[in-house]
Design a protein around this ligand. Sequence first.
Ligand code: CTP
Ligand code: MG
Length: 387
Amino acid sequence: MKVMAVIVAAGSGLRAGGEKPKQYQMLGDKPVLRHTLEAFITHPLIAKVITVIGEGHDALFHEASMGLELSAPVTGGASRQESCRLGIEACVNDSPDAVLIHDAARPFISHNVITAVIEKLRDAAAVIPALAVADTIKQARDGIIGKTLDRSALFYVQTPQGFHFDKIRAAYRNAVEKKLSALTDDASVAEASGIAVHIVPGDEKNHKLTTMEDIRKANRDLGEKTQLTDIRVGSGMDFHVFEKGKSLWLCGVEIPHTHKLKGHSDADVALHALTDAILGTIGEGDIGTHFPPSDPHWKNARSKIFVTKARELLEAKGGVIANVDITILAEAPKVSPHLVAMKAALSEMLGITLDRIAIKATTTEKMGAIGRKEGMAAMATVTVRLP
Ligand code: CTP
Ligand code: MG
């Protein structure tokens, strides 16, 4: 069975908006359309790929498809239906047995779904991937429910939709003759010609990018999954002695106490350990390298600026903080009443959510210098992800 693919990419992406049509916007390191084309070009059962592009999009297409083994694109029409019809007509010279029609705006199409559609075409003339509806769906008019539909009979429809070539070509011609327009998928065109359309399981990931938020979310997901795979761990430790005072700084929060911590800066022992841990993930020395105590500039400085600087160095390398785990060792003051405020301060300082931050405290059971309340210590562990 000779199978061709028609990728419809002639829309203007009005709902998504942006500088260029959505199929040419970047998804990870390449345009949306390139992801889609690569999925079909590399599929072993697809003989040839025809791309249908919008009028005036030649330069965009050229840039997006550079280096791919593709035939010249075909110009589409004013509606998806018309673009599909033109794509199908462009296949005629290659006389395929079957054709798969796919939205350029579904870049997450998997080889498995393509294969499932093709396999089913061996004994069916029309095949579409679809997903069962999980929500209850109701019919309403003027804000009043008319009836509740039988969910088990409803499906979300995806592409690629596969057809025996001669049948779908005839069905599209029939639609022109009968002036059937505004058909939003190819199965509707087949149905209008009385062709039985079969279902194979679709894929949640094969969703269509429709809005700008869809594209943003897809980029976030992709970034999380495929780009930041260099995972590193850093650790930091710090000690400060007590001296007479009224309050001390811990995790960026001022805590009333009978003593303060002695130091050049505000002596926030936890933030110093945290700064070293972040610097440790990128091999950038320690807090003393960047903020020498000999420099009067850092006298009484808020330690938040040390953490911010370390975060900036990490982010300059494209890194993000995955989680932070801090342990404070002190006989006094009691840390627990301040945990909520401390976590909130770290969340703001690091730009990460509260569930990625842990602060724990322990005494040393009166053992050693910390047990004698001569000072306190903090340890920090940080995990980061880099490209
Ligand atoms: N499409 C097409 N020709 C058209 C309209 C749409 O080839 N005249 C393609 C789109 O490029 C897309 C797919 O059909 O890959 C699905 O259409 P849709 O998501 O509606 O894309 P757009 O029409 O581009 O977006 P919008 O409706 O928001 O303008
Ligand atoms: Mg559209």
